[in-house]
Write a protein that binds this ligand. Structure first.
Ligand code: FAD
Length: 402
């Protein structure tokens, strides 16, 4: 049975299956995922799911979507090898599937640290709903939490657990939070609000080792020698792309699977999308691997168009959000090589946006509780429109754009 086989049933894979059908692909569509759950939304796992002990995972699509769309959903199945010359995939349990086209939507996994004590019980990281359940359970039964890494996921959980009465310390190796992902002014704002809500933040600090008792973590010892009590240690130090499958098949890999603007890998019948895809970005000209729902779903739509014979190039405007305590952070664009930033609104009111320019060109907007700036920013960046930076604060932005 030949057709399109999608490996990975996360945000990218499920959208690719939907888009293949929407684009009129009438071959077989097989969607293979190694998790046992019906495919679900990942962002709530560090947000709503952590707040409410009874929260259930939110399905990406209802079960009927797969049957109605004639999408053969194979859960609990792992693809172990791509046999390029034989045009088949080797699956766990000695099963095989023939293909015409493959979409690799295998996502990424949490980076692990070679840290003494990291194999103790109570040392966890978050990617899947199974991980989220384990974190929710562990946090319910402990007072002290140490979060390793001041990135979005770690800070979202830190804020929630502090609100729930836990004593939370975040340990970050860089000199500020969100070093990879947000402007210094945003990071400083996040820091001060988190501190006001009781989270302790240690920057320029790493963890040297974790201490255990009877196999369970009890403390984390920092690079400055402080012993932080911890019944739960959450490791949130970024992800690595799941690109081994491609690499083993001889497909070009460099921090993710290299793809062209149509999402084709170095082996044109194998496409890659989502967290595992590395590509030259049309906005910045840099090779990037983006980790966002927007990137995963837009690349999935494009991959389906490539397979159905269209030659569009990827030109979506990147955007992202994160909810940290009472801050809704939204980013649109890419803040590479910024040379001017203009702040609009009031950090003191927990409502402001930062407009980033490269020369006269608007390249990125980061907002805290200003969703209208974000939504307008998506349209402006898609249209290549740059408002005059001198008038951002005084003028009605919408009127300028129109
Ligand atoms: P995934 O959704 O990870 O899907 C990949 C799937 O492939 C997984 O189910 C994996 O198990 C499976 N798989 C891997 N290898 C194989 C194999 N060999 N065989 C079969 N199956 C395989 N993004 C935002 O934009 N906003 C947010 O607020 C946000 N919050 C997040 C919070 C959390 C806790 C996490 C984990 C992520 C968050 N993200 C957020 C990022 C976003 O979820 C990812 O960018 C998105 O899931 C990427 O989609 P994907 O399909 O590439 O990967």
């Amino acid at each position: 049975k030949n057709g399109a086989v999608i490996v990975g049933a996360g945000h990218a894979g499920v959208q690719a299956a939907a888009s293949l059908r929407e684009e009129g692909f009438n071959g077989s569509v097989t969607l293979i995922g190694d998790e046992n759950e019906l495919p679900y939304h990942k962002p709530p796992l560090s947000k709503a799911f952590m707040k409410d002990a009874d929260a259930k995972p939110q399905m990406l699509r209802a079960e009927a979507f797969y049957t109605n769309g004639h999408i053969d959903l194979m859960l609990g199945s792992s693809v172990e090898q791509i046999d390029l010359s034989g045009r088949r995939l080797d699956l766990s349990g000695d099963r095989h599937i023939a293909f015409d086209r493959v979409i690799l939507a295998t996502g990424s996994r949490p980076r692990t640290l070679a840290l003494p004590g990291s194999d103790l019980a109570g040392v966890l990281s978050l990617r899947s709903v199974a991980d989220a359940r384990a974190i929710r359970e562990a946090s319910a039964g402990c007072e002290d939490v140490v979060v390793l890494g001041g990135g979005f996921i770690g800070l979202e959980i830190a804020a929630t657990l502090a609100l729930g009465g836990r004593s939370v310390v975040v340990v970050e190796a860089q000199d500020r939070l969100l070093a990879r992902a947000a402007a210094p002014v945003i990071a400083a704002h996040v820091r001060s609000r988190l501190e006001a809500s009781g989270v302790r933040l240690l920057t320029n600090t790493t963890i040297e080792r974790l201490e255990g008792q009877s196999g369970h973590v009890v403390a984390a010892v920092t690079s400055s020698g402080e012993r932080l009590p911890a019944g739960l240690v959450l490791i949130g130090v970024g992800v690595v792309p799941n690109s081994e499958l491609a690499e083993a098949a001889g497909i070009a890999v460099a921090n993710g699977i290299r793809v062209d603007p149509q999402m084709r890998s170095s082996q044109p019948e194998i496409l890659a999308i989502g967290d595992n895809a590395n590509y030259r970005h049309w906005l910045s000209g840099a090779d990037v691997r983006l980790e966002s729902v927007q990137n995963a779903t837009d690349q999935a739509r494009l991959a389906a168009r490539t397979i159905t014979g269209q030659e569009d190039a990827y030109r979506s405007v990147p955007w992202f959000w994160s909810d940290i305590g009472d801050m809704k952070l939204q980013m649109v664009g890419l803040a590479a090589g910024v040379d001017r930033s203009v702040v609009v609104g009031e950090a003191a009111e927990n409502r402001f946006s930062v407009f980033h320019y490269l020369g006269d060109r608007l390249i990125c907007i980061e907002s805290v509780n200003r969703p209208a700036d974000h939504m307008l920013g998506r349209k402006m960046l898609a249209a290549g429109f740059s408002p005059n930076p001198a008038t951002l604060a005084s003028d009605d932005l919408k009127a300028q754009f129109a």
